[in-house]
Write a protein that binds this ligand. Structure first.
Ligand code: SF4
Length: 246
């Protein structure tokens, strides 16, 4: 079995606990307006590289001393990594044997059966909430939020550790009533350990241009630090979880 991989970061401290090898998988069916990796969208991109299971495990195992020293491991990201769930399952099974911690970072807009199949081999999920409001989710990502929210609840019921990731996009995801609903949703999920607020930035806009796509958020400015801090305080007090600014 082969996995289509966009790129690999062998020393990340941003994608889960400790030092991690992050594998960015190729392919995503969503079209988030703020996406800074549109080059990961096409599953058949000629720029992606095929890796076999053994070949990728060699890369992963090479960093074992860092995982052991820092409490790290591996994280699959993307794109949407779960589009290649069979490959991920094989790698996760291998990591279990090697006692290497496993995580994936996903939008969770995917069949719940896929999430269920991976649960026995998954230590942590970095779960996006794109938008708590169905219609606004459709405008922002191209799809509604039903699977996203259902799968987060499923992970919680299955006692999988969850870190929530939420992009603050001014005018789109920062309305008080939406943040309030998001916080109350999180509050009812005991397996959510923390929330990471990710400020919108336009650093990926040049990639849209290179792909011949019109960047849809030219008019939107990144949120100010004081606005982010205000939202973090609101989310934290209502969700009763620690909120971090990424
Ligand atoms: S889910 Fe991630 S990779 Fe896919 S479009 Fe949205 S931001 Fe981009």
């Amino acid at each position: 079995m082969k996995g289509k991989i966009h790129s690999i970061d062998t020393f990340s401290t941003l994608d889960g606990p400790g030092i991690r090898t992050v594998i960015f998988m190729q392919g995503c069916a969503l079209r988030c307006k703020y996406c800074h990796n549109p080059d990961t969208w096409a599953i058949d991109s000629p720029d992606a590289r095929d890796y076999g299971v053994e070949e990728l495990m060699e890369v992963i195992i090479r960093n074992r001393p860092y995982y052991e020293a820092s409490g790290g491991g591996i994280t699959f990201s993307g794109g949407e990594p779960l589009l290649q769930h069979r490959f991920i399952k094989e790698i996760f099974e291998y990591c279990r044997q090697e006692k290497i911690s496993t995580a994936y970072d996903s939008s969770l807009y995917i069949s719940s059966q896929v999430v269920l199949d991976l649960i026995p081999f998954t230590d942590l999920v970095l779960a996006d909430i794109k938008h708590i409001n169905t219609e606004k989710s459709k405008s922002l990502t191209g799809v509604d939020n039903r699977l996203n929210l259902e799968n987060i609840k499923l992970l919680n019921e299955s006692k999988v550790r969850i870190w929530i990731r939420y992009v603050v996009l001014p005018g789109w995801t920062d309305a008080y009533e939406d943040l309030e609903k998001t916080a109350l949703f999180i509050r009812n999920l005991p397996m959510v350990e923390r929330v990471d607020l990710l400020p919108y930035h336009s650093l990926g806009s040049h990639k849209w241009k290179l792909l011949g796509l019109e960047y849809p958020l030219h008019e939107v400015k990144p949120p100010s630090l004081s606005h982010l801090e205000e939202l973090a305080q609101l989310l934290s007090s209502l969700s009763q979880r620690p909120v971090y600014l990424a």
